[in-house]
Design a protein around this ligand. Structure first.
Ligand code: TMP
Length: 208
């Protein structure tokens, strides 16, 4: 399953969709199959990017404008890429990231102001890497939002934008998957966790 360059797999979806659980289950399944995957997340995934994460996910919704968020998420992503993702891919590993640039395209670029062109331009200049395979875990926004808020993680800044915002996000991820059909696969998330995991595994087997 691994090429010389490694394989870059990302999980995307709205808060509470179950994507983090699926990212973990995929890493566990790969380990059981004899691989040595790297499981990481955004915002975060390197010590510097984890510091930026706190600025982004805590505090009131109006703390940052969408423009400032784009800069902070991209700064965090650049550090994550330099320190964590690129070295692992160069070592031939399968890298699984819980969110990557598609989250910025949807949360900041499509939903919080028409800033998609700016997100893409910054990404092209500062990051320059797309995932090889992206699993979009889809779920109805109200169900996902109550699951997300029930966790009371203290990282609810984006959940606090409310239900209508989550609904627009869900549609944003579905539109994005239609825009990049070669790498994006939409997986229905409102099913038993192991059924979702089996589908993720079969998509990986077919695409990798
Ligand atoms: P998480 O809950 O999946 O860890 O992500 C933290 C929050 O950050 C989540 O509500 C989505 C948001 N986010 C963005 O708005 N833009 C981004 O580029 C990323 C990576 C996350």
């Amino acid at each position: 399953m691994t090429s010389e360059e490694g394989l870059f797999v990302t999980f995307e979806g709205i808060d509470g969709s179950g994507k983090s659980t699926q990212a973990r289950l995929l890493a566990e399944a790969l380990i059981a199959a004899g691989h040595d995957p790297l499981l990481t997340r955004e915002p975060g995934g390197s010590p510097g990017a984890e510091e930026i994460r706190r600025l982004l996910v805590e505090g009131p919704p109006e703390r940052w404008s969408a423009e400032t968020e784009i800069l902070l998420f991209t700064a965090a992503r650049r550090d994550h890429l330099e320190k964590t993702i690129a070295p692992a891919l160069a070592a031939g590993k399968i890298v699984i990231s819980d969110r990557f640039v598609d989250s910025t395209r949807v949360y900041q670029g499509a939903v919080r102001g028409a800033l998609r062109a700016m997100v893409d331009e910054l990404h092209c200049r500062m990051i320059g890497r797309e995932a090889d395979i992206t699993l979009v875990i889809d779920m109805q926004a109200d169900a996902a939002l109550s699951r997300g808020l029930a966790r009371r993680s203290g990282e609810d800044r984006f959940e606090d934008f409310g239900g209508a915002f989550q609904q627009r996000l869900r549609q944003g991820f579905l539109d994005l998957a239609a825009e990049f059909p070669a790498r994006c696969h939409v997986v229905e998330g409102a099913r038993p966790v192991q059924d979702v995991a089996r589908q993720v595994w079969s998509i990986l087997e077919r695409s990798a």
